[in-house]
Design a protein around this ligand. Structure first.
Ligand code: ADP
Length: 260
């Protein structure tokens, strides 16, 4: 029985061995619990949109005469739920592939200034919808460092799209790229809703969301930051975060610069 603690009190060496075994058992229990939580969470996340889709389509099937506008509205809702499912599945796959190192990291020398400008441009339409201003400041036009451009782009997209998600209408976001102590730093600063201090240590955990109710409205999988962190770790870098509730949040991606 794995839950049975091993008690040996006589010989010191034996006691140490018993302690080690007990520690390993505790660790396995904890891993087991995490796996169970993971399965429970994923099932819930996948089943919720699925049951909405089922319900919406069933009600269309069984209705004899439906006003075309209602019909459209239901189909629109179904389509949004499919989008949500798609996002969750994609994030889950990326996260798991990163976990088992199935994703190959393709390092190459890339001009990160251009990459950041290009990445932010991609998200402009999303920001425009909320009339949020995004400005990019790059310290040097030419900054060639060794990275995997697709992965770095993905990490930056995750953080900038959060900044858009968690900033009110008419807000502003600043993306800054600079160097410090041999590191390349990408800073993403918003003047949005901020993150409570007590939640900050957990935001990079898988599926962690500060406000579950709000998260449902804004979409997302709760995986964006954990994916970003995994990607930056693979570049031997770190992500730092500072936030003030109601004032805004600043994420700093710090990557050691390997320059050409
Ligand atoms: P989600 O898919 O819910 O956005 P993430 O892993 O990307 O998941 O983020 C985790 C949580 O961190 C979010 O649910 C949100 O509560 C909080 N968060 C992330 N970025 C910001 C930000 N710029 N401003 C406020 N809260 C944020």
């Amino acid at each position: 029985d794995l839950n049975q603690k091993i008690k040996i009190e006589t010989n010191d060496e034996f006691r140490k061995l018993a302690d080690t075994f007990n520690m390993m058992t505790e660790k396995l229990d904890e891993e087991d619990k995490q796996k169970k939580d993971f399965v429970a969470y994923v099932s819930h996340e996948l089943k919720t949109p699925l049951s909405s889709i089922k319900l919406l389509s069933e009600s269309l099937i069984h209705e004899n005469e439906i006003n075309i506008n209602i019909y459209r509205e239901f189909l629109h809702d179904i389509s949004s739920e499919v989008d949500r499912l798609n996002n969750i599945v994609e994030d889950l796959l990326t996260s798991m592939e990163l976990d088992i190192s199935k994703i190959k990291i393709n390092f190459e020398y890339v001009n990160i200034s251009t990459l950041i400008e290009k990445t932010v441009l991609k998200l402009k339409p999303l920001a425009d919808k909320k009339n949020i201003k995004i400005d990019v400041y790059v310290i040097r036009k030419e900054m060639n460092i060794m990275i995997d451009p697709d992965r770095i782009q993905q990490a930056v997209i995750n953080i900038v799209s959060n900044a858009i998600k968690y900033t009110e209408k008419d807000g502003s976001i600043k993306v800054m790229l600079y160097e410090k102590n041999g590191n390349t730093i990408i800073e993403i600063k918003d003047n949005g809703i901020g993150i409570p201090k007590e939640n900050l240590p957990y935001i990079f955990d898988r599926f962690y969301r500060v406000d579950k109710a709000r998260a449902r409205v804004t979409g997302g999988s709760g995986l964006g930051l954990s994916i970003a962190k995994q990607i930056i770790s693979l570049h031997r870098g770190t992500i730092e975060v500072e936030s003030q509730l109601g004032k805004g949040t600043r994420f700093s991606i710090i990557i050691p610069s390997i320059e050409k």
